[in-house]
Ligand binder design. Structure first.
Ligand code: SAH
Length: 403
C-alpha cells in the first residue's frame, strides 16, 4: 500500500472495534484518549476494557455494527472474522484497520510518539518492528535534545528554575532529564565545573550566564546568582542552573532552592553524578568492596582541619575509623589534612589517590601512601579540581590498565 498519511479527528465520532484482547485494549485506549465514541464487539472482553467508560457488547460481529461508524478496527485473533469485518467495512466505504495482517484492511495505524504538542507517526511498510524501533530512537533523541523540537515561538507560560546536576564534567555523564532540560532552556546559568561542552549545542537565542572562571575567582556572588535565577524566572523564562556533580553536594544548591521558594518561583532539582562518586570510579577505585570497606564518608576539605570548630568535621573520628574517605575541595590543605589523619591514627601507609579533572580531558591520577600523598601531588604539579580517596580500596583493583 502506497498510503496517504492523515491525522483523524475522531472527537465524538463512532469507532467500531471488533475484538477484546490485548491488541484491542491498546487500540481502544488510544481511540478513547483521542475522544472517539468507541463500541467494542467481541465474545471475550478483557477486564481492563470493561473498566473503561466505553460501550462493550459480548457477541459476534454483524454488518449492522458498522451503522454510523467512521472507522472500524478488526483485531480478533481469528483472521476470518477480521477479513469479514474488513470486507463489510469496504462495502460501506468505511476505512478499516486490520491488526492481524499488514496487507489487509484499508488503513494502517502508525507507531506514534507524542511530545510537547508534537506528534510523530511512523509507518515501516509491512515491518512494524522497524517502525517502533525508529519511533523509540526518535524518542531518545528528543529527550537528549539532539533534534530541533523546540517551538518556534515559545508558548506563554510561567517561568521556572531547574537546579540540574551536570555530573563530573564529561558531557555524557549528565542524566537524560538534565540534558533534556538544558536543551529546552531559555537561560542557562552555568558553573565552572559543570559540563560546559553542552553549551556548544545551544542555539544563539539562549542566554548563557557564566558564574565562575576559577576556584578562587567568581564572576557572580551567590546572592547575584540567586537574584539572576529569580529575575529570569519571573520574566517567564525556563532557567536551568547547570551545576557540577550533584546540586546538593557542596554546591550551594540548597541556598538557591530556598531563594527560589522565597521568591515564589517554581523550582525543581535534578540529581547529578557527584564527582565524589565519579572521580574514584574514573580512576578504577571502588568506594566499597566486600571484606575491605563497607562505608565511605565524603568530606569537604576547604576549612582548616586544625580548627574543627570551623567546619564541624570530626577529623579524629574519621582518622580512627577504617572506612573510605573521599575529600573534595581539599587540594590546598592536603598536607595538613593527611597529617591530621595520621596524627589521629590512620596509618601513614594507607593507600591513597588524587584524581585530577576526573572524566575530563587531562584527567590525571596520582597514587601514594597517605604519608607521601602531598609530596607526590606537588611533584606531579596538579591542583584543583581533584577528588582525594583514602583507604585500602584504592589499590584493590590493582594498577590501572595501560591506556
Ligand atoms: N557539587 C559538586 C561538588 C562541588 S565542590 C559535586 O557533586 O561533584 C567542587 C569540588 O568538587 C572540587 O574542588 C573538586 O574537589 C570536586 N570536583 C568537581 N568536579 C571534579 C572533577 N571533574 N574532577 C575532580 N574533582 C572534581
Amino acid at each position: 500500500m502506497t498510503g496517504f498519511p492523515l491525522l483523524l479527528d475522531l472527537t465524538g465520532r463512532r469507532v467500531l472495534v471488533v475484538g477484546g484482547g490485548s491488541v484491542a485494549t491498546r487500540r481502544v485506549r488510544a481511540l478513547h484518549e483521542a475522544g472517539a465514541e468507541v463500541l467494542v464487539v467481541a465474545l471475550d472482553i478483557a477486564a481492563e476494557l470493561d473498566a473503561l467508560d466505553i460501550a462493550c457488547e459480548r457477541r459476534t460481529f454483524t454488518d449492522d455494527d458498522l451503522d454510523g461508524v467512521w472507522l472500524a478496527v478488526a483485531c480478533t485473533d481469528d483472521p476470518a472474522v477480521n477479513a469479514g469485518v474488513a470486507a463489510a467495512a469496504a462495502q460501506r466505504r468505511i476505512f478499516c484497520v486490520r491488526a492481524d495482517a499488514a496487507t489487509g484492511g484499508t488503513a494502517r495505524v502508525p507507531a506514534v510518539l507524542r511530545r510537547d504538542g508534537l506528534i510523530v507517526a511512523i509507518n515501516g511498510g509491512d515491518d512494524p518492528v522497524r517502525a517502533t524501533a525508529l519511533r523509540d530512537a526518535i524518542s531518545v533523541a528528543l529527550d537528549l535534545g539532539d533534534l530541533p523540537s523546540r517551538p518556534a515561538r515559545p508558548a506563554v507560560r510561567g517561568g521556572s528554575v531547574a537546579l540540574v546536576g551536570g555530573g563530573p564534567g564529561d558531557p555524557e555523564l549528565i542524566t537524560v532529564r538534565g540534558r533534556r532540560l538544558v536543551a529546552s532552556a531559555d537561560v542557562v546559568v552555568v558553573d565552572r565545573l559543570a559540563p560546559r561542552a553542552l553549551l556548544d549545542d545551544l542555539p544563539d537565542s539562549v542566554e548563557v550566564i557564566d558564574c565562575g572562571k576559577s576556584a578562587h575567582r567568581q564572576n557572580l556572588s551567590q546572592d547575584e546568582i540567586n537574584a539572576v535565577l529569580i529575575d529570569r524566572a519571573l520574566a517567564g523564562k525556563r532557567v536551568v542552573r547547570l551545576k557540577g556533580g550533584d546540586p546538593f553536594v557542596f554546591g550551594r544548591g540548597g541556598e538557591e532552592y530556598l531563594a527560589c521558594v522565597a521568591a515564589g518561583v517554581s523550582v525543581t532539582v535534578v540529581p547529578g553524578i557527584s564527582s565524589a562518586l565519579a572521580g574514584p570510579a574514573a580512576a578504577g577505585i571502588p568506594l566499597t568492596h566486600r571484606g575491605v570497606s563497607a562505608d565511605f564518608t565524603v568530606v569537604s576539605g576547604h576549612l582548616d582541619p586544625g580548627r574543627p570548630a570551623d567546619s564541624g568535621i570530626d577529623w579524629p573520628g574519621l582518622a580512627a575509623g577504617a572506612g573510605t574517605l573521599v575529600l573534595l575541595m581539599a587540594m590546598d590543605r592536603l598536607g595538613l589534612i593527611a597529617g591530621e589523619l595520621i596524627a589521629h591514627g590512620r596509618p601513614a601507609s594507607t593507600p591513597s589517590a588524587v584524581v585530577h579533572r576526573a572524566t575530563l580531558d587531562g584527567q590525571q591520577v596520582v597514587r601514594a601512601p597517605l604519608g607521601e600523598l602531598a609530596a607526590a601531588v606537588a611533584s606531579a604539579g596538579i591542583g584543583a579540581p581533584a577528588v582525594i580517596v583514602i583507604g585500602d580500596v584504592v589499590d584493590i583493583l590493582g594498577p590501572p590498565a595501560p591506556a
